[in-house]
Design a protein around this ligand. Structure first.
Ligand code: ACO
Length: 316
């Protein structure tokens, strides 16, 4: 696999920490010190589909392709206005692609899993050019009376176009079934047969400290394992492009791996936690700011609800 183009799209509305004090008892100081987040982007008149389309078009253009050239679209998405069809079907039609497409729902690690699936499609010759997209609106997971979760998130979308190449060097995916630390139930229509109380809708549930602990320990251990298994050291890696959940989680992983600040770029301070979109948003930012060169070794690593982790080692 080789990345031949990236693109991203963010909502225009910038929401500062101070703006959130209108809705609940919180403060800029609390949010900054616990999470590192200063602002986030939240959708107003845009839809997630708009962001997904723009991110996809930007990535396809950067790859020097047309939508018709795509052989597959794989989209990481947890929620949007529709339960079905998949978001990738809607994007496919809107951008004028004709290839098959599907969504993966793996929460924050979704982009890395999608990239790993793309690699296997390329290796087996199933597809030549694949759009790997992540589009998320986690601000809609939150109950906007719950300060514990609402301050953490932002919306966004980003994509990478990949084709066959020799840049992929390995990946590690893990799932440890621990569904209680971070989950959200679907709102389902009641049937006349259900026993009362079986299906309840519920705002997002997050045991913050447990998520924090699992994120730092699992992600660090998996990255370490991946690097060792491929004969690399932390110092060989130009960038660790981590899921942007919380600055303290990122710093915890950096400390464990004994990496430098330069190796751990961040966008969480600007965009908050955009779920699975955070890794490709950061990747696209590095590309567009000319901070990453062809051949640079990168690790993309995501972690989230499940509990899942996904880490991918490749050359840009
Ligand atoms: N503003 C002010 N006070 C708050 C807020 C807020 N927004 N949210 C919670 N508090 C209060 C709580 O009510 C509690 O008060 P109490 O002590 O009187 O009961 C107190 O702050 C909790 O403070 P701490 O325990 O010090 O909080 P902590 O340092 O654990 O930080 C946080 C909480 C930021 C959620 C942290 O646990 C965390 O980052 N966890 C990881 C969660 C995460 O990243 N989730 C993202 C989704 S999952 C993913 O992407 C992988």
């Amino acid at each position: 696999m080789k990345i031949i183009g990236t693109g991203s799209a963010l909502p225009k509305k910038v929401v500062t920490n101070d703006m959130l004090t209108e809705f609940f008892d919180t403060s800029d100081e609390w949010i900054r010190t616990r999470t590192g987040i200063e602002t986030r982007r939240i959708m107003t008149d845009e839809s997630l589909l708009d962001l997904a389309i723009t991110a996809s078009r930007n990535a396809i253009e950067a790859a020097g392709l047309k939508a018709e050239d795509l052989d597959y679209i794989i989209c990481s998405n947890v929620n949007n206005n529709y339960v079905y069809p998949s978001l990738s079907c809607m994007v496919q039609g809107a951008i004028g692609a004709t290839c098959p497409c599907f969504d993966v729902r793996i929460a924050c690690a979704g982009f890395v899993y999608a990239m790993d699936i793309a690699e296997s499609f390329l290796t087996t010759g199933r597809a030549g050019k694949i759009l790997v997209l992540a589009a998320e609106e986690p601000t809609r997971f939150c109950h906007w009376k719950q300060r514990e979760t609402s301050v953490l998130f932002g919306d966004g979308a980003a994509a990478a176009v990949v084709e066959a190449g020799n840049e992929y060097m390995g990946a590690r995916m893990t799932t440890i079934s621990n569904t209680e630390v971070l989950y959200q139930r679907n709102r389902l229509e009641p049937t006349p047969f259900e026993v009362e109380g079986v299906y309840v809708d519920h705002p997002m549930v997050m045991l913050g400290r447990e998520v924090f602990r699992m994120a730092v320990s699992n992600c660090s251990a998996e990255i370490n394992h991946l690097l060792k298994s491929k004969g690399y050291q932390v110092s060989d890696v130009k960038y660790f492009i981590l899921h942007q959940a919380n600055m303290r989680i990122i710093k915890g992983i950096q400390q464990y791996l004994e990496g430098t600040d330069e190796q751990f770029p961040t966008t969480v301070q600007k965009y908050g936690n955009t779920s699975s979109a955070s890794i490709p948003i950061l990747l696209d930012e590095l590309v567009r700011d000319n901070k990453i060169a062809r051949g640079d070794l990168i690790v993309m690593s995501g972690f989230g609800s499940g509990f899942t982790t996904g880490s991918l080692l490749m050359k840009y």
